[in-house]
Design a binder for this molecule. Structure first.
Ligand code: CA
Length: 233
């Protein structure tokens, strides 16, 4: 990291906000904390941050409203939402509006820190001009600048996670990547045996980039993992 990343924390529960600030500072991040949405929005008018950590239920402007306002003019700053356990609607709305990830409270601080690292790394890679290039395998084409994915000339819409998984496979074409490696690189932390989430996302990807086009890019290597290589079809 070239410099300390500056993280905006908006959380009205003072105890949680305090813990977040201590932990983030300990990790070497600069933090700015607000306890309501209005103050955060005001700060966002004059300052830029590397990552936003937003509680959903806030006095003033809600976290959801903050995501909507931020995304109306900035689609690159990573946003992680903090949601209550059963607030599925909030998660979906937040992600639809452009939040990159969410954590359900109560959460393990280590997991949150790992997700912050992943989000910052992705944002950093996306901002680098050198990464503005095409990744291709046969009729599969990914523009890492615009995040556009094409198969046989047709644009395919992927979720953030599917896109990251695909890029990871494309960057290591003709190499077998284990489920553990994919978990670490795409999800950024150890799921402890939850490697089947990789299989689930591989299936999502196949349904989007292979099935409709009669193509085969992602190959299952029994007992080893997955490998992406140019489709012969
Ligand atoms: Ca709250």
């Amino acid at each position: 990291m070239e410099r300390e990343s500056h993280i905006l924390v908006v959380e009205d529960e003072h105890r949680i906000a305090r813990v977040l600030q201590l932990e983030l500072t300990h990790e070497g991040y600069t933090t700015t904390v607000f306890h309501n949405g209005f103050d955060a929005w005001e700060a966002l008018q004059s300052q830029s941050f590397d990552l936003l950590l937003l509680d959903v239920m806030l006095p003033g402007l809600s976290g959801i409203e903050l995501v909507r306002r931020v995304r109306s003019r900035d689609d690159s700053t990573p946003i992680i939402m903090l949601t209550a356990r059963d607030a599925t609607v909030d998660k979906v709305t937040g992600l639809d509006l452009g939040a990159n990830d969410y954590m359900t409270k109560p959460f393990e601080i280590e997991e949150l820190l790992a997700r912050i690292r992943v989000s910052l790394r992705h944002a950093h890679l996306a901002a680098k001009p050198s990464s503005s290039s095409l990744l291709t395998a046969g009729s599969l084409r990914v523009d890492t600048a615009s995040h556009e994915v094409h198969v046989k000339g047709n644009e395919v819409s992927l979720t953030n996670r599917e896109y990251t998984l695909l890029c990871c496979l494309l960057e290591h074409q003709h190499q077998v990547l284990s489920r553990e490696q994919l978990l670490e690189r795409v999800w950024g932390y150890d799921f402890y045996g939850e490697t089947n989430i990789v299989d689930v996302y591989i299936r999502y990807l196949r349904n989007k980039i292979e099935k409709p086009f009669g193509s085969a890019f992602i190959h299952t290597v029994r007992g080893a993992g997955y490998m992406l290589k140019e489709s012969s079809s």
